[in-house]
Structures are given as structure tokens and as C-alpha cells.
Ligand binder design. Structure first.
Ligand SMILES: Nc1ncnc2c1ncn2[C@@H]1O[C@H](COP(=O)(O)OP(=O)(O)OP(=O)(O)O)[C@@H](O)[C@H]1O
Ligand SMILES: [Mg+2]
Length: 251
């Protein structure tokens, strides 16, 4: 489904990604972990066309999508959520999903003016269905900025799913949540967001990762240092060192 070949990207003198190789099969759910600044978000930014890579290739179903614009990436069926939420705080919950839906390619200005069109009615139903599924049906008319953080993250998930993406990139979907809120988010992602999709989840919370992912990939200083079954990866000395410092493995 997705093949990343020797991908590199630097910022100034900092190598955020260095010769990264990663292949993900159709339907696979891969957890991406690594210390702060190890290049996780940069990988999403390069895949989605926010930052062009310095070198390397990205193939989606054997099609080269390296250096595609963010709009083209949406066309290819890739959607993401953001570590720092990108919802519109002064719009209502439902308007936030509406905007995500209408920024889709293929929705022309004439259709936007004609609120009564069949297509528009179908889209309204889709918004209601999505908000219902993420548990925000009763908050649809509230301002998004006033929602508690877990609800804002649910809204962000709904916005990403409006595109029915084949490949979903989740950047710390439970960031800032309590353990109980994280557990709820894990169930929502597992039961609603993942079926029928391929997914990369960035997350520091290992309970969420282990609830969702069959495979774990670890970055450190922009390089992949481990890739495999979560149980095995989390026992590797280099992974423990990266997370806990060199002494931890000798303790
Ligand atoms: N737009 C940018 N401009 C300059 N430096 C950047 C930019 N984006 C990322 N970096 C640098 O690249 C490195 C990797 O950052 P990145 O955000 O990908 O890390 P991360 O693994 O997502 O970390 P975290 O767990 O803190 O979110 C860091 O050193 C960061 O400062
Ligand atoms: Mg990040």
C-alpha cells in the first residue's frame, strides 16, 4: 500500500529524517514511536506534501506521490490528524466537519450555493453520521473552541474521516488525555476509524499503541532503529536506550 524509500529531510543542520525505509501493507496498522524530536511528525508532513523531502521516494500503491501537493495527497486518499489540533475554534462542531467536507476536490461553488441539491443533502447526512459515531451528536451546535480537549480530538478525527481515506495518519490522537479518556479514544479508533483502512499512529502512550497496532516502528534522530511486533520491539536494548537513556539498559 505505502512504500517509503530512503526518505531524508533536514531543517538547517538537523536531520529530521535520515534514509528512512518503511513498507506498509494494505490494512496494516503501524504504531510509530520515538523520543521527542525523532522525526515522527516530519514523516507525516513529508508524506502529506507539507515539506518536500531532500531525497527519497514515497509510493502509494506503486504510484510515485513524492512531492505531491497537499491537495493532490487528499485526492490520493490520504488523510491525517494533527498533533496541534487544526480545528476552527470559532465555528460550531458541525461547521468544522462541513468545512473539511467542502474542501474536498470535486465540490464546486455552484453546489455550495445550492443547499438543496441531493449531493448537499447526502453530505449533511454524512456529517450527522460522523458526529454521531464520534460521540458529538449532542454537541454539534456548540463552538468547537469551547469543547474539552478529548472532544476536540474526536472532532479532528471526524474531519479526517470525512474524506473516507484509504490511508489514515493519526498524530498523537490521545495527546493530553487522561488514561480513561485514552482508553475511550482507543476503542473509538479501533472500532470506527480503522476498519477497512491502512493506518500509521504516532503515539507516546504504549497502552493505546498496543491496543491498536500489530506492528511498531521506532525512530531515533530521524533513523529507524526498530520495526516489528510490539512485544519484541519494546524489549530491544536500542529502543530502551532511546527512550530511557543509556544507563537504563544496564540497570
Ligand atoms: N518546520 C520545521 N522547521 C525547523 N525544524 C523542524 C521543523 N519541523 C521539525 N523540525 C525539527 O525536526 C526534528 C524532528 O521533529 P518532529 O516534529 O518530526 O519530531 P517528533 O518525533 O514529532 O517529536 P514530538 O514527539 O515532540 O512530537 C526536530 O529537531 C524539530 O525541531
Ligand atoms: Mg510530533
Amino acid at each position: 500500500m505505502l512504500r517509503i524509500e530512503s526518505l531524508s529531510r533536514s531543517f538547517g543542520g538537523v536531520a529530521a529524517l535520515e534514509a528512512l525505509d518503511l513498507a506498509i501493507a494494505d490494512g496494516e496498522v503501524v504504531g510509530l514511536i520515538g523520543p521527542n524530536g525523532s522525526g515522527k511528525t516530519t514523516l507525516f508532513n513529508v508524506i502529506t506534501g507539507v515539506h518536500p523531502p531532500d531525497a527519497g521516494r514515497i509510493l502509494l500503491r506503486d504510484e510515485d506521490i513524492t512531492r505531491s501537493t497537499p491537495t493532490r495527497i487528499v485526492h490520493h486518499g490520504i488523510a491525517r490528524t494533527f498533533q496541534n489540533l487544526r480545528i476552527y475554534k470559532r465555528m460550531s462542531v458541525r461547521e468544522n466537519v462541513w468545512v473539511a467536507q467542502h474542501s474536498l476536490p470535486g465540490v464546486g461553488p455552484l453546489e455550495l450555493l445550492s443547499n438543496r441539491s441531493m449531493a448537499e443533502r447526502a453530505r449533511r447526512e454524512e456529517i450527522d453520521r460522523l458526529l454521531d459515531a464520534v460521540g458529538l451528536a449532542d454537541r454539534r451546535d456548540l463552538l468547537a473552541g469551547g469543547l474539552p480537549l478529548p472532544d476536540q480530538r474526536r472532532l479532528e478525527l471526524a474531519r479526517a474521516l470525512v474524506r473516507s481515506p484509504a490511508l489514515l495518519l493519526l498524530d498523537e490522537p490521545a495527546g493530553g488525555m487522561t488514561p480513561a479518556e485514552t482508553a475511550e479514544m482507543a476503542v473509538l479508533i479501533r472500532d470506527f476509524a480503522l476498519p477497512g483502512r491502512t493506518c500509521i499512529v504516532i503515539e507516546h502512550k504504549l497502552d493505546l499503541i498496543s491496543a491498536l497496532c500489530q506492528r511498531l516502528c521506532v525512530l531515533n534522530f530521524g533513523r529507524k532503529i526498530a520495526d516489528g511486533a510490539p512485544d519484541e520491539v519494546l524489549q530491544q536494548a536500542e529502543v530502551l536506550e532511546a527512550y530511557l537513556g543509556r544507563d537504563a539498559t544496564h540497570a
